[in-house]
Design a protein around this ligand. Structure first.
Ligand code: SF4
Length: 482
């Protein structure tokens, strides 16, 4: 069976708008919220244990941040070095300015090679550019069958759904639903137990691995000094995708480059611990080009597609730190918003706090205007981030940018203007505060207001607003009570 061409609403263009509406629906889904809660609780526990067993975890985090900072300052130099190392080993390198160029490069390669079946291993960059759908839509004459081979990604693909978590793509799906999806693929009912489902998937995917013409992988890191593409997985599918077909294409965001192998060691120690609480992922694959003349295994051709797609516009600016992300998913697991809504509400390849930062940066403020507000700014994401990205500050900067460019809603701007007007005039502020104290009575229950009228309604729905004191600080001060 051919893989489905697209996923409902797949792609940043069509789904990013409307976070608030999707989030409202998601919070009503008890099953989803409980699945996310269980996943988050387990992962956070494992992560904390794994990191506390690492005596130098804070220093590593600091080092990771510094390496990223230095890498971004000289990104062009590191990318050139990486490209020439890959070419020296017989690989081909293509710099893709955007998704369109990347799709065209891979589509033309598929045409040249007469490819029919493409196997893929999990890759956020290819999700970001909607590679599967676009290859099939833009090259219909090739009749490409594109198969995701990470188990969760494959089930999501068969179900016509998008992944909902950076690390756990079908976190949103119950075991019964997964069994339903695989039963449809099998053509007969499969029991909803993990062993049976995995063994069916293994048997079915093995045929795809063996018959694939091209294998497409992502890249967790690219090492400039050696030209090595590094991927970390738990299922081993990446190794088969990269080595069995005669052509291997690695699609790597340009920010994934690290200068030296010793830098890679820092990130590998942090990545699995932060993502799943493992010391290391089960498989860490290093690919440095096509197979050599004396090597029996490996692809005849190796292509590295270095994807920009808006990343370079962040270099040297106030949002550069968004490029330091190593896609571990730790910020999602601790985020109070993600934990209530799951990943689909974000409508973007990247969900959770990093998604709320990166999506407006890559797609524009207008389209993703709700996302910087999908945060309580509690800072838990920053604490969890193994690279120390100050996500809450980036979200605040995005909100400020929205206000400056007039993208924030008119009502919000008027409210803040009115607030500023009042704050600058102590007399007026005093009158307003007195009036608010006078009318708060009917809104209070057990000393807190659980609902507020008018435009403040939505804001108060998720908060308990403490009652205003009988007398203000200034009144008490004047009366000598302080
Ligand atoms: S922002 Fe930090 S915590 Fe979130 S996915 Fe990226 S590296 Fe992990």
């Amino acid at each position: 069976m051919a893989a489905k061409a697209g996923r409902p609403g797949e792609g940043l263009e069509s789904r990013v708008e409307g976070f608030n509406e999707r989030a409202r629906e998601a919070v009503k889904d008890e099953r989803l919220r409980s699945a996310v809660a269980v996943h988050s609780k387990n992962t956070i526990r494992n992560r904390n244990a794994a990191l506390s067993a690492l005596p130098d975890a804070p220093e590593l985090r600091e080092r990771a941040y510094r390496i990223k900072q230095e890498t971004m300052a000289n990104l062009d130099r590191h990318l050139e070095r990486m490209a020439s190392a890959v070419e020296k080993r017989g690989g081909k390198v293509f710099f893709a300015n955007d998704g369109e160029e990347a799709v065209r490069y891979i589509g033309e390669l598929a045409r040249r090679r007469g490819a029919k079946i493409i196997t893929k291993s999990k890759s956020m960059a290819t999700e970001e550019i909607e590679l599967n759908r676009r290859l099939q839509e833009e090259y219909p004459e090739l009749g490409l069958e594109i198969v995701e081979t990470d188990l969760g990604e494959w089930i999501a693909q068969l179900a016509g759904e998008a992944p909902s978590h950076i690390v756990a793509p079908i976190l949103h799906m119950s075991r019964h639903r997964a069994a339903e999806v695989l039963s449809e693929e099998a053509g007969h009912p499969l029991p909803p137990n993990v062993e049976d489902l995995v063994s069916f998937a293994r048997e079915r995917l093995r045929q795809k691995f063996l018959s694939a013409d091209i294998g497409i992988t992502g890249a967790n890191f690219g090492v400039a000094e050696t030209g090595t593409v590094v991927t970390a997985t738990n299922e081993g599918n990446e190794g088969l995708v990269a080595s069995v077909p005669s052509v291997h294409v690695a699609v790597m965001g340009i920010e994934k480059v690290v200068p030296r192998l010793e830098d890679l060691a820092v990130f590998l120690r942090l990545l699995a611990r932060s993502a799943t609480g493992q010391k290391m992922t089960v498989y860490t694959d290093f690919v440095s080009g096509p197979k050599g003349e004396d090597e029996p295994d490996g692809p005849e051709e190796f292509h590295l597609v270095l994807l920009d797609n808006g990343r370079s516009s962040l270099l040297g600016g106030e949002f550069e730190e968004a490029l330091y992300c190593i896609r571990c998913g730790a910020c999602l697991n601790v985020c109070p918003v993600y934990r209530q809504t799951g990943g689909h509400a974000y409508g973007s390849t990247y969900s959770g706090p990093i998604g709320a930062v990166i999506t407006p940066l890559l797609k524009g403020d207008e389209e993703a205007k709700d996302l910087p507000h999908a945060s309580s700014l509690c800072g838990a994401c920053w604490e969890a981030c193994p690279v120390g990205i100050p996500l809450h500050e980036l979200l605040l900067r995005l909100r400020r940018r929205q206000a400056e460019t007039g993208i924030s809603g008119r009502a919000q701007r008027l409210a803040f203007d009115a607030f500023e007007f009042g704050m600058r005039r102590p007399g007026l502020y005093g009158i307003g505060a007195k009036a608010a104290r006078g009318v708060q009575g009917p809104l209070l229950r057990d000393g807190v207001a659980r609902s507020l009228p008018g435009p403040l309604k939505g804001w108060a729905e998720s908060r308990e607003i403490p009652h205003l004191a009988e007398k203000s600080f200034r009144e008490l001060w004047r009366e000598g009570g302080i």
